[in-house]
Write a protein that binds this ligand. Structure first.
Ligand SMILES: [Zn+2]
Length: 62
C-alpha cells in the first residue's frame, strides 16, 4: 500500500517504511508500515526512534 502524501520524512528500512505525520490535534505521529505483500504490519509510535527501531527489527511473517 503506498504511503499517503500526508507523511513527511519518509524513509525505507528493508521492506518497512517509516513516516512522520501530524494528526488533527497537531501531534506528531510516527508510523512504521511494512510494504511486503501479505505482511500487513503497521504501527504508530510516539517517538520517531521507536518507529525506526521497529522497522529495523521487523521480520515479516512467513
Ligand atoms: Zn513485513
Amino acid at each position: 500500500m503506498p504511503v499517503p502524501n500526508r507523511y513527511r520524512r519518509t524513509i525505507r528500512i528493508g521492506p518497512v517504511q517509516v513516516g512522520t505525520y501530524y494528526d488533527r490535534h497537531g501531534t506528531a505521529r510516527h508510523t512504521a508500515a511494512c510494504t511486503a505483500p501479505g505482511c500487513g504490519f503497521s504501527a504508530d509510535y510516539r517517538d520517531r526512534s521507536a518507529a525506526e527501531l521497529a522497522a529495523r527489527t521487523h521480520h515479516c511473517k512467513p
